[in-house]
Design a protein around this ligand. Sequence first.
Ligand code: HEM
Ligand code: CU
Length: 585
Amino acid sequence: MDSSNTTTLRGAQTGASGARRVNTTYRICPRSGLQFEAQAEKLMLANAVAAVVFLLLGGILAVGVVLTRWPAVHWLEAPTFYQVLTAHGIDMLIFWIIFFEIAVLYFCGSTLLRSRIAAPRVAWLAFALMVIGAITNNVAVYQGGSSVMMTSYVPMMAAPSFYLGLILFAVGALIGCFVFLGTLVVAKRERTYEGSVPLVTFGAITACIIAVFTIASGAIILIPTYLMSIGLVEKVDALIYRTIWWAFGHSSQQINVAAHISVWYLVAAVVFGARPMSERVSRGAFLLYIFFLQLASAHHLLADPGISTEWKVVNTSYFMYFAVLASMIHGLTIPGAMEVAQRSKGFTKGMFEWLRKAPWGNPVFAGVFISLVGFGFLGGISGVMMGTEQLNLIIHNTIYVPGHFHATVVIGTTLTFMALTFYLIPVLFKREMIAPKLAKLQPYLFGFSMYLFCLVMMGAGTLGVSRRHWDMAFSGVAMAYEWPGAAYLMMGLVGISGLGAIIGGALYIYITVGSLLWGKRLESGARSEQVTPLARATPAAAAQTYGSLGFVAPGTFALAMVFLTAFVLYYFINWKYLSTLWGLN
Ligand code: HEM
Ligand SMILES: [Cu+2]
C-alpha cells in the first residue's frame, strides 16, 4: 500500500481559502470512522427509507405478477395483471432504485469527501418532488386506465397524472443530482480532501453525469406525451417516442450499473481495506461508460422497422463492446483487489484460499459477491447475446428479456444496495442489526432464488414464451399454440423461485425496518462543528483516498477464464440455435 495517504484537511481545519462557516455539525461514526454531516445524514436517511417503502410496494406487487405467470396458479384477471405489472416495474426500477441512488450520491459526495452537503433546503425540495411524483404516478396506475407498462409506448395513452408523476419525480431526481455536483464544488473549495476525489466518488460522478443526460432525454419525450394526454399536442410519433424513450430507459440502467459498481468498490474497501488494483484503469473504465453506454441504447430498437440496419449494427456490434469492456474491467479488478488484499493478510495457499476464507457470513460481503458473479454471468452474458442483432430475434419480446434484466437490476443493483444497507444500519442508522442470523441468510436466499428465477425465465423465453403476457396457454383461442412441456415446467419454476426471492426481499425489509425501529441504539459518536481529519487507521480510509494495490491475482485470473469459456459457449449455442430456427442447413 502506498504511504502517501496521510490525509489531512488543511483547508477546513484552518478555515482557509473560502471555507464558509455554516451552521451544521459533524459526527464521526465510531464503528467505521466515516464522518456524517447532520443535514446530509438526514437526507440520506429520508431517501433510503423512501426507497425501501417502494421496494416493499414493488415486492407485494411481484406476488401478483409471479402468481399469475405461474401457469398452474394463473391468479389475477387480465386487467389487474397488467395494472399490477405496470406498478411493479415502475415502483421497482424507477422509485426504489433512484431514491436509493440519490442516497448513494449524497453519501459519496458528502460522507466520503467529508464535506457538508450543498444547499440542503434544495435537496429537501428535490426529495419532496420525488415523493409527490412517485405517489401521483402510483395513484394513476391504481385508478386504472394507465396499465401501459413502464415503457408507456405511444399511441397507448395513460392518464395525464401518470406522466405528470414521472416528470415531477424526474425533476426532483435531477435537482438531487445538482445538489451532489454542488457538494463536490463545496468540498473542493473548502478543501476537505486531498488530491483526486476517491474512486467511489468518481464512480458516483459518472452515474450522476449519465443521470443528467438520461433525465433530459426522459423529459424530451415525456413532456410532449404528457401534453398529448391532456390534448394539447395532437400526435407523438411512435418510432421517435421509442428511440428517445430508450435514450432514457437504457441510460438509466447505466446509472444503476455505475452506481452499484461504485458500491462494490466501496464494499471492497470497507470489508477488506482493498484498494483497486489500478486506480487509473478503474477510472478509465468508468469513463468508457460515459462515452459509449448511451450508444448501446440501440439494442432496444433492433426489431424496429424504420431504423437502418447500419445504424443498429454500428451501435450494438461495435460501440456497445466498449461499454461491455468497462464492465468486465470492473468485474475483474474488484475481485482482484479483494484477492490482493486477502493475500496480503496471509491467505496465500493455492489459487483460492483468499476466496474460501472470505467473510461469507458477513451479508455485506456475501451480498456484493453474489451480486458480482450473477451480474457478470447471468446479466452480462445474456445482455451481449441479446444485443447482437441476429440473435436478438430469438428472444425479442419473450420472457427472456425480464430474465436478463432481473439479473442486472435485481441481482446486480438491488442485491448490492441491500448489502450496502446492512453496512449502513450501524453506521448511518446507528442501530444494532436485529436478527443477525436471518441477515446472514438473506443474500443467499434472495440471490440464489434470483439466479434460478432469471435462468428459468431465460429458458422459457428461448422457447418463445412471451413477456408481459397474461395467459401463455392462450385458452379459448381458436388456434392455440402447443408449448413443449419444458416451457410450462420452466414457468412453474419461475413461480417457485420468484416466491423464494420475494421471501428473501421480505427478510431484507424486515431486518432493515426492524433495526431502524427497534434495533438497539448505538453510540453515534461525538458531534463537532468542524470537519475532523481522517485518521489513517480508520476502517473506511481506503474508500476515501487515492491509490492502487498492484496486480497479482491468479485466482481472479482463473475465474475470468471460466467466465470467458461460459461466454464463448453460450454465444456459440445461440448461433447454433438460430440456425435451426431459420432452417439454414
Ligand atoms: C422480488 C422479486 C421479484 C420478482 C419475483 C419479480 C417478478 C417479475 C416478473 C415475473 C416479471 C415479468 C412479467 C412479464 O413480463 O410477464 C417482472 C417484470 C418486471 N420487473 Fe420484477 N420481480 C422482482 C423484483 C424486481 C426488482 C427488484 C426490480 C427492479 C429493480 C424489478 C423490475 C421489473 C421490471 C422493470 C419489470 C418489467 C415490467 C414491464 O414489462 O413493463 N423486479 N417481475
Ligand atoms: Cu439497454
